[in-house]
Design a protein around this ligand. Structure first.
Ligand code: TRP
Ligand code: ZN
Length: 910
């Protein structure tokens, strides 16, 4: 329900071109944390393409001091927070506008617009933060040339940065300017306001000069607080690799003399691609082996790449409106995924990256697509755009780009990208424009033949379900595979039309050998023999015929996960074991193991004879010996990579299992998964010990895929050994874990050992946690890990909620700092279902209080927390009613932000 005075949703269908253009902006900042003065001189002009209208400038929490037009006074009015100029000169002549405002960065806890973090000024303008700095046409299709002058106290703010090139700097003269200095920056590229940035404070930089393929010189800089410089090497290496990769793979060079990254510890998201001045959460910049894990190193590489790749896909070609967000985000995620895979090198390391990406998609995005916040990759409406920086826009959007890549091939995709830049460089465009360019560059391809239908991936929400069935004709040696697709209703979309779904398929024999077969095309003509074929499903139901199939096949379907769909095929257990042991497609090999584990878990969850006792434990053996043996064979396999083994041996998560159920009893899901883990620990005890002893590295630390994989597997082994020690009462392995924790030469090994002790609930954990805190008390990012580990730890009897409440009273806890708030509150509410969903509803009460508390500080962060209960309708009683009540309690507050209101209103809708 919309209350009086509340904002109305923005509709995609209402898009209109701007009535005015802004050609140039000249900003002068007098930076003062309490009161910053902003002088904005713009040259604006009427858009001749649309009927004459008043100039209506966006603003938010600004204090307006003065408005002048062509050097003189003018009339203006305020309409809500917008500044409206109705009497500007008619005609197409440019108008000089001067607007003087002030704002208070130190009071800006939303971290949108201009704010202060640890004494340094930062900005965050995407999506609509620029209007918190000055009045503007704050929409991405208004692109202007920016000149920026920063003036500030020299001792407090020695470094003054903005987009583009530094053209002038020096001390300020005159009365009142004692000790003050200035810097003037000119950005040589037109840009939308969301890409504006400034930084001012005490910073130091790691610098690197590079020469492009074309022989151009560039300066790369990574700015951090003094003391953090030795943690910037990996970020700089990642940046250099990104520049080289975009040139090599897509022919896209760096278009700036200077490219800067600045790190801040107060940031709502991961990082931001401001033109030439990327601003990063410290989490995605700072790393050394003592403080960062292998996962941190990999994340830094991918986020540095992501923001750098935005320079072309996002900045040079930007979005016409925010409904097109996936135009830049889906494409840029696809590019950063490819970048990480290309750097990983070996096919096995590429497969590991692909599995990790798909795991996120299937656990988080599939859940989003099945819940109240489900939306198309190109949404049709939003109340608060910040709520639409989602896994659907990013990860599913990347899968849509990947499907185009699959349909036109690697070369064809490169041609499509070239055409996209040829057509649209310097423009603000739509998802349609992108798909059209890829299709037009590939005439005759499946994509160009079915483009309109393919684009349903942009307009229809929901995860398509694909049911496969096969029949083998031994006499004719043919195999017919029938695929049926369907898609459940999502909010506002009761009915779905068929999608275009690329399905890569291979056929194995029952004993696991690859069969080289021939797919018959639409005309019944056999294609050349192949071990793998790409089927394109475009109808509700379609059959595909293979000839030359010598033996009854075991199909390997959706190899490499060629489409973001849920695939169903009624495999026998033997067939899954064959795929797990033999499939040449690494993704499907992993997937077969996951399916086996999922069957066992769901079977136990749904079996009323399996009793969970008062301690949340299950006495029965849930682990079939065949499965244990298959897992043992993977663990002991002579050639598989350690990283890959770790993925196969990890059971599907509680959230993933819950999504496969109609009605979820989270405590039962937790009990079954924990029991399986415990039993896998026991059944493979000797194998885990073998894995631990044989994969430990003693050489110098390097975060490469091979040695990271070894550490991941030894970490897992140690964890399983400590879990088993808990059962057997053995003291040896916890003792070794404690020793490994103390002796570790890097954070990955140290944290894995600590985590093994904490998650197995061993008494040594407390001592280890205290030592860890003492060792790293000055390292904010390490303290985040310390908090997150405890808030995300395995619950046994409800001890986590009280522990979380205690953590919030810890002197190092700070609600205002998003990283710290996430490390405690999100790790518990979003990352620890077994602890969060309590029969006494304590978790939900805690959630409700934190959402409201955070909403008053930072609505964007609060709204993300609010989504923890998105799937409440699936819950069994008493959880379901308690969850609804908690959401209703939030929704009842009259003073909610749009951000939180949108999330809870959708959650409660029918
Ligand atoms: N465009 C950024 C990215 O994908 C996302 C981002 C960073 C963001 N900070 C934000 C989005 C604040 C909304 C609000 O890399
Ligand atoms: Zn992005």
């Amino acid at each position: 329900m919309l209350r009086e005075g509340q904002a109305k949703p923005t509709q995609r269908a209402d898009y209109q071109a701007p009535a005015w253009w802004i050609d140039t902006v000249d900003l002068t900042f007098d930076l003062d944390p309490a009161k910053t003065r902003v002088l904005n001189r713009m040259r604006v002009r009427r858009n001749p393409g649309v009927p004459a209208q008043a100039l209506r400038l966006d603003g938010d929490e600004l204090n307006l001091a003065r408005v002048m037009v062509n050097g003189g006074g003018t009339s203006f009015k305020m309409d809500g927070s917008a500044l409206v100029l109705e009497n500007l000169p008619a005609g197409e002549e440019p108008v000089e506008l001067e607007i003087f405002t002030t704002c208070s960065p130190v009071k800006n806890t939303k971290l949108m617009g201009l704010y202060v973090s640890e004494g340094t000024f930062f900005t965050q303008c995407e999506a609509e933060g620029f209007r918190r700095i000055t009045y503007f046409l704050d929409r991405p299709d208004v692109m202007a040339m920016y000149t920026v002058t920063l003036r500030a106290d020299k001792a407090q703010f020695p470094v003054l940065l903005s987009n583009g090139n530094l053209v002038d700097s020096g001390d300020l003269a005159g009365a009142g300017n004692e000790g003050r200095h200035f810097a003037k920056w000119v950005d040589p590229h037109r840009k939308p306001s969301y890409l504006f940035a400034l930084v001012a404070g005490q910073l130091v930089a790691r610098e690197q000069r590079i020469t492009s393929r074309a022989g151009k010189e560039h300066l790369l800089q990574v700015f951090v607080r003094p003391g953090d410089l030795e943690k910037t090497e990996h970020a700089m290496n990642s940046l250099m690799a990104s520049v080289a990769w975009d040139e090599a793979r897509f022919g896209l060079p760096l278009d700036l003399d200077r490219f800067m990254i600045v790190a801040t510890s107060d940031f709502n998201m991961g990082a931001m691609e401001n033109k030439g001045l990327n601003i990063f959460n410290t989490k995605y910049v700072l790393a050394n082996q003592a403080t960062a894990t292998d996962v941190d190193y990999a994340n830094i590489e991918s986020v540095v790449g992501h923001e750098y790749f935005h320079n072309w896909t996002g900045n040079r070609i930007t979005c016409r409106d925010w409904f097109q967000l996936s135009l830049k985000e889906g494409l840029t995620v696809f590019r950063d995924q490819e970048f990480s895979m290309d750097l990983a090198g070996t096919p096995s390391a590429r497969a590991v990256k692909r599995i990790e990406d798909v795991r996120v998609l299937r656990t988080v995005q599939f859940a989003e697509d099945a819940g109240p916040m489900a939306h198309p990759v190109r949404p049709d409406s939003y109340l608060e755009i910040n709520n639409f920086y989602t896994v659907t826009i990013y990860e599913k959007g990347a899968e849509v780009v990947r499907m185009m890549h699959t349909l036109v091939g690697r070369e064809g995709f490169a041609k499509g990208m070239a055409l996209y830049f040829e057509r649209h460089d310097g423009q603000a465009v739509t998802c349609d424009d992108f798909a059209q360019a890829i299709a037009d560059a590939n005439p005759g391809s499946e994509l160009s033949q079915r483009l309109e239908q393919f684009k349903r991936w942009y307009s229809q929400a929901g995860t398509p379900q694909v049911a496969a069935s096969g029949s083998y004709d031994a006499a004719a040696q043919t195999y017919t595979l029938t695929l049926r697709q369907s898609c459940a209703p999502t909010p506002g979309q009761p009915e779905k039309l068929p999608f275009v779904i690329p399905v890569e398929v291979g056929l194995l024999t029952e004993d696991g050998q690859a069969q080289t077969v021939q797919l018959l095309d639409a005309a019944g003509v056999a294609r050349s023999p192949a071990a793998s074929s790409l089927l394109v499903l475009s109808e509700a139901e379609q059959s595909f015929q293979f000839s030359n199939v010598a033996l009854e096949p075991v199909p390997s379907l959706l190899r490499g996960f060629t489409a973001p769909v849920a695939l169903h095929y009624d495999y026998s257990e033997d067939a899954l074991l064959t795929l797990l042991a033999q499939d040449s497609d690494a993704f499907n090999r992993w997937e077969a193991g996951q399916q086996l584990a999922q069957r066992i878990a769901l079977g136990a969850i749904n079996n009323p004879a399996v009793i969970v006792d008062a301690n949340g434990e299950i006495a029965e053996n849930l682990l079939p010996e065949r499965f244990a043996q298959a897992m043992r064979e993977v663990l002991r396999h002579p050639t598989l990579d350690a990283a890959y083994k770790e993925l196969v041996l990890t059971l599907p998560s509680e959230s993933y299992l819950s999504e496969q159920l109609e009605v979820v009893d989270p405590q039962r899901v937790h009990a079954v998964r924990e029991t399986l883990r415990q039993q896998l620990a026991a059944a493979l005890q000797g194998d885990w010990a073998w894995a631990w002893e044989n994969h430990r590295d003693s050489g110098a630390y390097r975060p490469d895929p091979v040695s990271s994989g070894r550490r991941a597997l030894t970490g897992m082994a140690l964890h399983m050994l400590c879990l088993d020690a808990r059962r057997s009462g053995d003291a040896v392995w916890p003792g070794r874990a404690y020793q490994a924790f103390k002796d570790a030469g890097n954070m990955t090994d140290r944290f894995n050992a600590l985590s093994a002790l904490v998650n197995s609930g061993h008494p040594l954990a407390n001592d280890a946690l205290a030592r860890f805190h003492a060792l790293f008390k000055g390292e904010a990012l390490v303290l985040d890990k310390w908090f997150a580990l405890q808030a995300g730890a395995t619950d046994r009897g409800g001890q986590i909620l009280p522990a979380v409440k205690q953590l919030m009273l810890h002197p190092d806890f700070q609600l205002q700092n998003p990283n710290r708030a996430r490390s405690v509150i999100f790790s518990f509410c979003n990352g620890n279902p077994g602890a969060f969903h309590r029969a006494d509803a304590g978790g939900y009460r805690f959630w409700c209080e934190r959402v409201l508390e955070l909403d008053a500080i930072n609505p964007q962060v609060a709204a993300r927390l609010a989504r923890a209960l998105d799937r409440w309708k699936k819950l069994a009683e008493p959880y379901r009613s308690a969850a609804r009540e908690a959401i209703a309690r939030v929704a009842a507050r009259p003073d909610l932000s749009n951000d939180v209101r949108e999330v809870v209103t959708r959650a409660l809708a029918d």
